[in-house]
Write a new protein. Structure first.
Length: 163
């Protein structure tokens, strides 16, 4: 593997930690905060996914950021995440969640974190996730994030019962 390829992968992985941590952490935890409490990860998610800084993550912003995440993990730039690339994506998400003291939402098949899983995104079951497959699940993922149903993800969408 070329040194430039290794360096690109390291830089992109580090950048991805910031982008996906909020999304992964938004999956919730077994500890239910008080109704008025805003989880500590919520502002981080908004900061990383709100591209225009208006305090709201739109569906378009979610599509753009998921495209950025896909690009970061597509190390060979072939338009598909193979097993090794998706393993790195899964490991990065798991590490982010563990660092925040959260679990991956085991048993929560429709949680935002579950909707990032390889099994969910590999629509044709060929073991690779194409860019089209990954971006094609963005709307369902966004709808799970938008708990208030107002068409945007804001701080109000986080908290009690987020799973």
């Amino acid at each position: 593997m070329k040194a430039s390829h290794i360096m690109r992968r390291l830089v992109l992985t580090a950048t991805a930690l910031g982008l996906i941590s909020g999304a992964a952490l938004a999956a919730g935890s077994d500890a239910t905060p008080p109704a008025a409490a805003t989880p500590a990860f919520a502002p981080h998610f908004i900061e990383n996914w709100d591209l225009d800084g208006d305090g709201k993550v739109t569906r378009a912003e979610a599509h753009e950021q998921r495209g950025n995440i896909f690009y970061m993990f597509d190390a060979d730039e072939n338009g598909a995440l193979d097993g090794e690339e998706y393993d790195l994506f899964d490991e990065t998400r798991a590490a982010d969640m563990a660092n925040a003291g959260m679990k991956q939402g085991q048993g929560r098949r429709n949680s935002p974190a579950a909707l990032l899983a390889r099994e969910y995104n590999d629509a044709d079951g060929n073991g690779e996730v194409s860019k089209e497959e990954f971006l094609g699940t963005t709307d369902a993922w966004f709808d799970r994030m938008d708990r208030t149903g107002d068409g945007v993800v804001t701080i109000e969408d986080f908290g009690r019962g987020m799973n």
